[in-house]
Design a protein around this ligand. Structure first.
Ligand SMILES: C[S@@+](CC[C@H](N)C(=O)[O-])C[C@H]1O[C@@H](n2cnc3c(N)ncnc32)[C@H](O)[C@@H]1O
Length: 177
Protein backbone atom coordinates (compact mmCIF):
# COMPACT_ATOMS: atom_id res chain seq x y z
CA UNK A 1 0.00 0.00 0.00
CA UNK A 2 1.33 3.36 -1.04
CA UNK A 3 -0.15 6.13 1.06
CA UNK A 4 -0.38 9.85 0.37
CA UNK A 5 0.08 9.80 -3.42
CA UNK A 6 0.13 13.35 -4.84
CA UNK A 7 -0.45 13.20 -8.63
CA UNK A 8 1.44 16.40 -9.40
CA UNK A 9 4.56 15.47 -7.37
CA UNK A 10 4.71 11.69 -6.97
CA UNK A 11 3.79 10.34 -10.42
CA UNK A 12 7.21 8.92 -11.15
CA UNK A 13 8.02 7.64 -7.70
CA UNK A 14 4.62 5.95 -7.25
CA UNK A 15 5.06 4.30 -10.67
CA UNK A 16 8.43 3.05 -9.47
CA UNK A 17 6.88 1.70 -6.26
CA UNK A 18 4.41 -0.23 -8.46
CA UNK A 19 7.15 -1.58 -10.72
CA UNK A 20 9.30 -2.67 -7.79
CA UNK A 21 6.31 -4.32 -6.11
CA UNK A 22 5.49 -6.25 -9.31
CA UNK A 23 9.07 -7.27 -10.12
CA UNK A 24 9.81 -8.37 -6.55
CA UNK A 25 6.75 -10.57 -6.23
CA UNK A 26 3.80 -8.57 -4.85
CA UNK A 27 0.38 -9.39 -6.29
CA UNK A 28 -0.90 -5.82 -6.46
CA UNK A 29 -0.93 -2.38 -4.92
CA UNK A 30 -3.41 -0.18 -3.10
CA UNK A 31 -2.76 3.52 -3.58
CA UNK A 32 -4.35 6.11 -1.31
CA UNK A 33 -4.76 9.66 -2.46
CA UNK A 34 -6.10 11.20 -5.63
CA UNK A 35 -6.92 8.70 -8.38
CA UNK A 36 -4.23 8.94 -11.04
CA UNK A 37 -5.03 7.20 -14.33
CA UNK A 38 -1.46 7.76 -15.55
CA UNK A 39 -0.17 5.27 -12.93
CA UNK A 40 -2.78 2.68 -13.98
CA UNK A 41 -1.89 3.01 -17.67
CA UNK A 42 1.87 2.79 -16.97
CA UNK A 43 1.43 -0.43 -14.99
CA UNK A 44 -1.04 -1.86 -17.52
CA UNK A 45 1.42 -1.26 -20.37
CA UNK A 46 4.23 -2.97 -18.44
CA UNK A 47 2.02 -6.01 -17.71
CA UNK A 48 0.91 -6.24 -21.36
CA UNK A 49 4.51 -6.43 -22.53
CA UNK A 50 6.30 -8.14 -19.65
CA UNK A 51 3.42 -10.24 -18.36
CA UNK A 52 1.72 -10.95 -15.07
CA UNK A 53 -1.53 -9.86 -13.51
CA UNK A 54 -0.32 -7.17 -11.11
CA UNK A 55 -3.27 -5.00 -10.09
CA UNK A 56 -3.58 -1.37 -9.00
CA UNK A 57 -6.47 -0.18 -6.83
CA UNK A 58 -7.02 3.35 -5.54
CA UNK A 59 -8.51 3.50 -2.06
CA UNK A 60 -10.21 6.40 -0.32
CA UNK A 61 -10.07 4.98 3.22
CA UNK A 62 -6.69 3.23 3.67
CA UNK A 63 -6.99 2.93 7.47
CA UNK A 64 -10.28 1.08 7.12
CA UNK A 65 -8.65 -1.28 4.62
CA UNK A 66 -5.77 -1.90 7.03
CA UNK A 67 -8.16 -2.70 9.89
CA UNK A 68 -10.14 -5.08 7.66
CA UNK A 69 -6.90 -6.70 6.52
CA UNK A 70 -5.98 -7.46 10.13
CA UNK A 71 -9.51 -8.60 11.01
CA UNK A 72 -9.28 -11.05 8.12
CA UNK A 73 -6.09 -12.51 9.58
CA UNK A 74 -3.55 -10.59 7.46
CA UNK A 75 -0.26 -9.13 8.65
CA UNK A 76 0.62 -5.42 8.29
CA UNK A 77 4.17 -4.07 7.97
CA UNK A 78 4.88 -0.34 7.80
CA UNK A 79 8.27 0.65 6.39
CA UNK A 80 9.68 3.69 8.16
CA UNK A 81 13.15 4.88 9.09
CA UNK A 82 11.88 5.24 12.68
CA UNK A 83 11.03 1.56 13.01
CA UNK A 84 12.94 -1.44 14.34
CA UNK A 85 15.94 -2.62 12.32
CA UNK A 86 15.03 -4.99 9.48
CA UNK A 87 17.82 -7.45 10.25
CA UNK A 88 16.56 -7.86 13.83
CA UNK A 89 12.83 -7.95 13.26
CA UNK A 90 12.62 -9.95 10.04
CA UNK A 91 12.76 -13.26 11.91
CA UNK A 92 9.74 -12.18 14.01
CA UNK A 93 7.59 -11.27 11.04
CA UNK A 94 5.60 -14.39 11.06
CA UNK A 95 3.32 -14.84 8.11
CA UNK A 96 2.35 -18.51 8.46
CA UNK A 97 0.81 -18.29 5.02
CA UNK A 98 -1.14 -15.16 5.99
CA UNK A 99 -1.51 -12.29 3.53
CA UNK A 100 1.05 -9.54 3.95
CA UNK A 101 0.27 -5.85 3.48
CA UNK A 102 3.33 -3.60 3.26
CA UNK A 103 2.80 0.14 3.73
CA UNK A 104 5.13 2.80 2.33
CA UNK A 105 4.63 6.52 2.73
CA UNK A 106 5.46 9.69 0.90
CA UNK A 107 5.22 12.87 2.87
CA UNK A 108 4.78 12.73 6.67
CA UNK A 109 2.96 9.55 7.67
CA UNK A 110 0.14 10.08 10.23
CA UNK A 111 0.68 8.35 13.59
CA UNK A 112 -2.36 6.06 13.11
CA UNK A 113 -0.31 4.00 10.65
CA UNK A 114 2.43 3.46 13.21
CA UNK A 115 -0.21 2.32 15.70
CA UNK A 116 -2.14 0.05 13.34
CA UNK A 117 0.92 -1.71 11.86
CA UNK A 118 1.86 -5.07 13.36
CA UNK A 119 5.48 -4.17 12.63
CA UNK A 120 7.17 -0.79 12.01
CA UNK A 121 10.32 -1.75 10.15
CA UNK A 122 13.37 0.36 9.32
CA UNK A 123 15.63 -0.46 6.41
CA UNK A 124 18.50 1.33 8.09
CA UNK A 125 17.71 4.37 10.24
CA UNK A 126 18.59 6.91 7.56
CA UNK A 127 16.05 8.57 5.27
CA UNK A 128 16.10 7.21 1.72
CA UNK A 129 13.13 6.24 -0.39
CA UNK A 130 9.95 4.17 -0.47
CA UNK A 131 11.29 2.52 -3.63
CA UNK A 132 14.53 1.29 -2.06
CA UNK A 133 12.88 0.38 1.26
CA UNK A 134 10.25 -1.74 -0.53
CA UNK A 135 12.79 -3.49 -2.77
CA UNK A 136 15.04 -4.46 0.10
CA UNK A 137 12.16 -5.57 2.32
CA UNK A 138 10.61 -7.76 -0.41
CA UNK A 139 13.99 -9.28 -1.16
CA UNK A 140 14.60 -10.17 2.49
CA UNK A 141 11.10 -11.40 3.29
CA UNK A 142 11.21 -13.85 0.36
CA UNK A 143 14.88 -14.80 0.75
CA UNK A 144 15.61 -13.58 -2.78
CA UNK A 145 13.02 -15.94 -4.30
CA UNK A 146 11.77 -13.14 -6.58
CA UNK A 147 14.84 -13.78 -8.74
CA UNK A 148 13.16 -16.97 -9.98
CA UNK A 149 9.89 -15.25 -10.77
CA UNK A 150 8.68 -15.63 -14.36
CA UNK A 151 5.63 -14.18 -16.05
CA UNK A 152 4.17 -16.86 -18.30
CA UNK A 153 2.12 -14.53 -20.51
CA UNK A 154 5.02 -12.16 -21.29
CA UNK A 155 5.31 -10.90 -24.87
CA UNK A 156 8.97 -10.06 -24.36
CA UNK A 157 11.58 -11.95 -22.38
CA UNK A 158 15.12 -10.72 -21.84
CA UNK A 159 17.90 -13.19 -22.47
CA UNK A 160 20.66 -12.10 -20.10
CA UNK A 161 23.82 -11.18 -21.94
CA UNK A 162 27.22 -9.87 -21.05
CA UNK A 163 26.89 -6.90 -23.39
CA UNK A 164 24.07 -5.50 -25.47
CA UNK A 165 20.40 -6.38 -25.45
CA UNK A 166 18.92 -9.75 -26.38
CA UNK A 167 15.15 -9.88 -26.27
CA UNK A 168 12.96 -12.81 -27.28
CA UNK A 169 9.57 -11.94 -28.67
CA UNK A 170 6.49 -14.13 -28.30
CA UNK A 171 3.95 -13.39 -30.98
CA UNK A 172 0.34 -14.47 -30.53
CA UNK A 173 -0.16 -17.55 -32.65
CA UNK A 174 -2.63 -17.18 -35.47
CA UNK A 175 -4.57 -20.37 -36.14
CA UNK A 176 -6.06 -21.15 -39.57
CA UNK A 177 -9.03 -23.44 -39.50
C1 LIG B 1 10.57 10.40 1.65
S1 LIG B 1 10.48 9.06 2.75
C2 LIG B 1 9.96 9.85 4.20
C3 LIG B 1 10.77 9.43 5.36
C4 LIG B 1 9.84 9.32 6.59
N1 LIG B 1 10.05 10.44 7.45
C5 LIG B 1 9.88 7.96 7.31
O1 LIG B 1 9.10 7.80 8.22
O2 LIG B 1 10.56 7.01 6.90
C6 LIG B 1 9.03 8.25 2.16
C7 LIG B 1 8.87 6.82 2.57
O3 LIG B 1 10.05 6.08 2.28
C8 LIG B 1 10.14 4.99 3.17
N2 LIG B 1 11.47 5.05 3.82
C9 LIG B 1 12.40 6.01 3.67
N3 LIG B 1 13.49 5.74 4.38
C10 LIG B 1 13.26 4.55 4.98
C11 LIG B 1 14.03 3.71 5.85
N4 LIG B 1 15.24 4.04 6.24
N5 LIG B 1 13.46 2.55 6.26
C12 LIG B 1 12.22 2.20 5.87
N6 LIG B 1 11.46 2.95 5.06
C13 LIG B 1 11.97 4.11 4.62
C14 LIG B 1 9.00 5.12 4.16
O4 LIG B 1 7.95 4.24 3.78
C15 LIG B 1 8.60 6.57 4.02
O5 LIG B 1 7.24 6.78 4.37
Amino acid sequence: MRIGHRPERDKRITSHVCLVARAFGAEGIYISGAKDQKICSTVKKVCEIWGGSFWVEFVSNPLKLIKNWKNNGGVVVHLTMYGLPLREIIKNICQDGRDLLIIVGGEKVPKEYYLEADYNVAVGNQPHSEVSALAIFLDRINNGEWEHLTFSDAKLIIIPSERGKIVKEFKEEKKDF
